[in-house]
Design a binder for this molecule. Sequence first.
Ligand code: HEC
Length: 103
Amino acid sequence: MRKLTTAAFALALTAPVLAAPPAKPARLGMCAACHGENGVAPAADAPNLAGQKAIYLREALHQYRDGRRDAPVMRAMAGPLSEADIDQLAQWYAAQTPSKGAP
Ligand code: HEC
Protein backbone atom coordinates (compact mmCIF):
# COMPACT_ATOMS: atom_id res chain seq x y z
CA MET A 1 0.00 0.00 0.00
CA ARG A 2 2.76 2.37 0.95
CA LYS A 3 4.68 1.50 -2.20
CA LEU A 4 1.61 2.17 -4.27
CA THR A 5 1.09 5.57 -2.67
CA THR A 6 4.70 6.51 -3.33
CA ALA A 7 4.40 5.43 -6.96
CA ALA A 8 1.22 7.41 -7.39
CA PHE A 9 2.88 10.44 -5.85
CA ALA A 10 5.90 10.15 -8.14
CA LEU A 11 3.61 9.83 -11.13
CA ALA A 12 1.69 12.93 -10.10
CA LEU A 13 4.96 14.87 -9.89
CA THR A 14 6.18 13.82 -13.34
CA ALA A 15 2.81 14.08 -15.06
CA PRO A 16 3.13 17.76 -16.07
CA VAL A 17 6.49 17.04 -17.71
CA LEU A 18 5.12 14.08 -19.62
CA ALA A 19 1.89 15.83 -20.55
CA ALA A 20 1.23 15.78 -24.27
CA PRO A 21 1.60 19.09 -26.07
CA PRO A 22 -1.71 20.86 -26.68
CA ALA A 23 -3.70 19.72 -29.70
CA LYS A 24 -3.60 21.99 -32.74
CA PRO A 25 -6.33 24.63 -32.33
CA ALA A 26 -9.06 24.61 -34.97
CA ARG A 27 -8.44 28.30 -35.68
CA LEU A 28 -4.65 28.09 -36.00
CA GLY A 29 -4.93 28.46 -39.78
CA MET A 30 -6.24 32.01 -39.29
CA CYS A 31 -3.07 33.02 -37.49
CA ALA A 32 -0.33 31.07 -39.26
CA ALA A 33 0.18 33.40 -42.24
CA CYS A 34 1.38 36.15 -39.94
CA HIS A 35 2.50 34.45 -36.72
CA GLY A 36 3.52 31.06 -38.12
CA GLU A 37 2.07 27.73 -36.93
CA ASN A 38 5.00 27.52 -34.52
CA GLY A 39 4.73 31.13 -33.34
CA VAL A 40 7.82 32.35 -35.15
CA ALA A 41 6.35 35.04 -37.36
CA PRO A 42 7.09 34.94 -41.09
CA ALA A 43 5.40 38.34 -41.55
CA ALA A 44 7.81 41.23 -41.08
CA ASP A 45 5.45 43.26 -38.90
CA ALA A 46 3.89 40.47 -36.83
CA PRO A 47 5.29 39.60 -33.39
CA ASN A 48 6.66 36.16 -32.51
CA LEU A 49 4.33 34.39 -30.09
CA ALA A 50 6.27 31.17 -29.40
CA GLY A 51 7.02 30.62 -25.74
CA GLN A 52 5.11 33.70 -24.56
CA LYS A 53 3.14 33.14 -21.37
CA ALA A 54 -0.34 31.76 -22.05
CA ILE A 55 -1.89 34.18 -19.57
CA TYR A 56 -0.44 37.13 -21.50
CA LEU A 57 -1.54 35.78 -24.90
CA ARG A 58 -5.04 35.17 -23.54
CA GLU A 59 -5.23 38.70 -22.17
CA ALA A 60 -3.94 40.24 -25.42
CA LEU A 61 -6.59 38.37 -27.43
CA HIS A 62 -9.33 39.52 -25.05
CA GLN A 63 -8.12 43.10 -25.39
CA TYR A 64 -8.18 42.96 -29.19
CA ARG A 65 -11.60 41.30 -29.17
CA ASP A 66 -13.05 43.91 -26.78
CA GLY A 67 -11.36 46.79 -28.59
CA ARG A 68 -9.31 47.75 -25.52
CA ARG A 69 -6.22 47.23 -27.62
CA ASP A 70 -6.73 48.76 -31.01
CA ALA A 71 -4.80 47.21 -33.85
CA PRO A 72 -7.22 46.84 -36.79
CA VAL A 73 -5.78 43.55 -38.09
CA MET A 74 -5.86 41.84 -34.71
CA ARG A 75 -9.26 43.26 -33.88
CA ALA A 76 -10.62 41.61 -37.01
CA MET A 77 -8.81 38.35 -36.21
CA ALA A 78 -9.89 38.18 -32.57
CA GLY A 79 -13.48 39.26 -33.20
CA PRO A 80 -14.89 35.83 -34.09
CA LEU A 81 -12.85 33.88 -31.50
CA SER A 82 -14.73 32.05 -28.74
CA GLU A 83 -13.35 31.66 -25.22
CA ALA A 84 -12.35 28.10 -26.10
CA ASP A 85 -10.54 29.30 -29.26
CA ILE A 86 -8.63 31.93 -27.26
CA ASP A 87 -7.69 29.39 -24.64
CA GLN A 88 -6.48 26.83 -27.19
CA LEU A 89 -4.49 29.37 -29.20
CA ALA A 90 -2.86 30.82 -26.08
CA GLN A 91 -1.89 27.33 -24.84
CA TRP A 92 -0.63 26.35 -28.28
CA TYR A 93 1.63 29.34 -28.83
CA ALA A 94 2.90 29.26 -25.25
CA ALA A 95 4.02 25.66 -25.79
CA GLN A 96 6.07 26.44 -28.92
CA THR A 97 9.83 26.95 -28.90
CA PRO A 98 10.88 30.59 -29.16
CA SER A 99 13.01 31.80 -32.04
CA LYS A 100 16.70 32.21 -31.23
CA GLY A 101 16.86 35.43 -33.21
CA ALA A 102 15.25 37.34 -36.03
CA PRO A 103 13.85 34.79 -38.50
C1 HEC B 1 -2.63 39.64 -41.13
C2 HEC B 1 -1.64 39.30 -40.12
C3 HEC B 1 -2.11 38.72 -38.79
C4 HEC B 1 -2.94 37.65 -38.58
C5 HEC B 1 -3.64 36.79 -39.63
C6 HEC B 1 -2.99 37.45 -37.14
N1 HEC B 1 -2.22 38.37 -36.51
FE1 HEC B 1 -1.88 38.53 -34.49
N2 HEC B 1 -0.81 40.21 -34.78
C7 HEC B 1 -0.53 40.80 -36.02
C8 HEC B 1 0.13 42.08 -35.81
C9 HEC B 1 0.61 43.04 -36.89
C10 HEC B 1 0.21 42.25 -34.39
C11 HEC B 1 0.74 43.47 -33.61
C12 HEC B 1 -0.48 44.35 -33.33
C13 HEC B 1 -0.29 45.44 -32.32
O1 HEC B 1 0.39 46.42 -32.62
O2 HEC B 1 -0.85 45.33 -31.21
C14 HEC B 1 -0.36 41.05 -33.80
C15 HEC B 1 -0.43 40.82 -32.43
C16 HEC B 1 -0.88 39.65 -31.86
C17 HEC B 1 -0.80 39.34 -30.44
C18 HEC B 1 -0.18 40.20 -29.35
C19 HEC B 1 1.28 39.84 -29.19
C20 HEC B 1 1.97 40.62 -28.12
O3 HEC B 1 3.16 40.36 -27.91
O4 HEC B 1 1.36 41.47 -27.46
C21 HEC B 1 -1.38 38.12 -30.28
C22 HEC B 1 -1.51 37.34 -28.99
C23 HEC B 1 -1.81 37.67 -31.58
N3 HEC B 1 -1.49 38.61 -32.52
C24 HEC B 1 -2.44 36.46 -31.81
C25 HEC B 1 -3.03 36.11 -33.04
C26 HEC B 1 -3.87 34.97 -33.23
C27 HEC B 1 -4.20 33.95 -32.14
C28 HEC B 1 -4.27 34.98 -34.53
C29 HEC B 1 -5.24 34.03 -35.21
C30 HEC B 1 -6.56 33.96 -34.67
C31 HEC B 1 -3.63 36.13 -35.17
N4 HEC B 1 -2.89 36.80 -34.22
C32 HEC B 1 -3.75 36.46 -36.51
C33 HEC B 1 -0.81 40.25 -37.25
C34 HEC B 1 -1.66 39.18 -37.48
